[in-house]
Design a protein around this ligand. Structure first.
Ligand SMILES: NC(=O)c1ccc[n+]([C@@H]2O[C@H](COP(=O)([O-])OP(=O)(O)OC[C@H]3O[C@@H](n4cnc5c(N)ncnc54)[C@H](O)[C@@H]3O)[C@@H](O)[C@H]2O)c1
Length: 391
């Protein structure tokens, strides 16, 4: 694994747990974790359960006792690490968004397609697909329970940068993160809605906004000092180069129309990922803050019985749930990552391609790119080129 902070910890927890929860044909060994600072990465290895710690990811991918590389770094290093890992014959799990640009993501798709010929598997970390209620949503839609899909309504709302004094971390710099709320959390709702509906976005009309354009630097040692300007108060600040919020309307290839909102300025909303799908025969609604539940309106029921039903998605016949606890003993955020590792390991063992593939993630990248281009041209309608998928 490369990177050991937020996703590093979430993925480590999943790697530690996956063989205990699921009966898998392969056993995971957490061989090595890599960061840039020896003392910090050694402490992380100890805390997160890795056998060894390294400071050069090039040495990591060259090790012949390693089969899988898990990329948990910011977007500016996804392509470089992934390309090297695939070339070295390693299976790759790369966090989302796949890359910072369509060009990088395309190169990763080419490399993954080539590696596939030698049985090398790759997966992009859109983990919310593996929340049982989301997987159930997809199953119900695929089974035709909603009929023709008319509307998709998606929002991913956070508030962690509302304070203008919050520092200029990497997520607020275009060269490190690619985009702001759009790529960080908007990417999730793009993938999730396309996954549950089985429809792809064909075009968008978008706007973005950056509410706070200048922020304090986290510290001079962060390498940002060169980009700093001096405010009247003499504090070192730097320019925010990404969107704080992105909103767009979209058309999907199955005939649905959709709205998307991604923001880190929704005061009071901590991690509110909400998706509602309305079809000719019913509706489904999901809210990550109540992730064990799925709301289902079945318009085929007799009139007096109609109404939204709260399905508690904790029955053994629900996706992934049989591996865990008795009905009603709820799951959490971290289980989505364990499920992701389960599907990845199983695919490697079965010699099949896991989803979402890099092709799927490239398509999301093209949507993000179209959103930024549309926002940059007065919300002009902007088409999204289709991506041929293997899955
Ligand atoms: N799936 C999700 O729900 C989810 C949630 C958060 C973040 N992410 C994605 O995960 C990735 C990492 O985000 P995070 O929140 O963990 O960030 P983070 O800032 O918490 O951690 C990044 C880690 O990468 C390390 N790092 C940075 N550059 C490196 C390099 N060149 N070599 C080695 N290590 C390097 C840092 O030291 C740190 O340990 C991003 O792509 C982000 O979009 C996904």
């Amino acid at each position: 694994m490369v990177g050991y902070a937020f996703m590093g910890a979430a993925h480590s927890q999943a790697w530690r747990t996956v063989n205990r929860a699921f009966d898998l044909p392969l056993r995971v060994r957490m061989t090595a974790i890599c960061g840039r600072d020896q003392a910090n990465v050694a402490a992380a290895a100890d805390r997160l359960g890795w056998e060894s710690a390294m400071t050069d990811w090039r040495e990591l991918v060259a090790r012949d006792d390693i089969d899988v590389i898990d990329v948990c770094t910011p977007g500016d290093s996804h392509a470089e690490i992934t390309l090297a890992a695939l070339a070295a014959g390693k299976h790759v799990l790369c966090e989302k968004p796949l890359a910072n640009t369509v060009e990088e993501a395309s190169a990763m798709v080419t490399a993954a397609a080539f590696a596939r010929g030698s049985g090398i598997r790759s997966l992009c970390g859109f983990n919310y697909r593996r929340v049982p209620a989301v997987a159930l949503m997809r199953e119900l839609i695929a089974a035709g329970r909603l009929g023709a899909i008319r509307h998709v309504r998606a929002a991913y709302l956070q508030d962690w940068i509302v304070d203008p004094e919050f520092p200029l971390v990497w997520r607020l710099q275009k060269d490190r993160a690619g985009s702001g709320a759009l790529g960080d959390i908007g990417a999730h709702i793009v993938d999730l809605t396309q996954y549950v509906t089985g429809q792809r976005i064909t075009g968008v009309s978008a706007l973005t906004e950056t509410f706070v354009r200048e922020r304090p630097l986290p510290s001079v040692s962060s390498g940002l000092a060169a980009a700093a300007s001096e405010t009247d108060g003499g504090l070192a600040t730097g320019r925010v180069t990404v969107d704080d919020a992105a909103l767009f309307t979209a058309r999907l290839d199955g005939g649905a129309v959709a709205t998307y909102e991604a923001t880190r300025f929704a005061t009071g909303r901590k991690n509110a990922l909400r998706v509602e799908v309305n079809g000719a025969h019913g509706s489904l609604a999901f809210d990550l803050e109540r992730l064990n539940e799925l709301e289902f309106y079945d318009a085929t029921r007799p009139g007096p019985e109609q109404g939204f039903t709260r399905i508690l998605v904790t029955e053994p016949e629900h996706p992934y749930v049989a591996a865990w606890w008795p009905p009603g003993h709820i799951l959490g955020y971290e289980h989505s990552f364990t499920h992701q590792m389960r599907d990845f390991v199983q695919a490697i063992a079965d010699d099949t391609d896991p989803a979402p593939s890099f092709e799927d993630a490239l398509q999301v990248q093209r949507v993000l790119d179209a959103v930024l281009r549309s926002a940059g041209s007065d919300s002009a309608w902007t088409g999204v080129d289709p991506v041929l998928t293997t899955a």
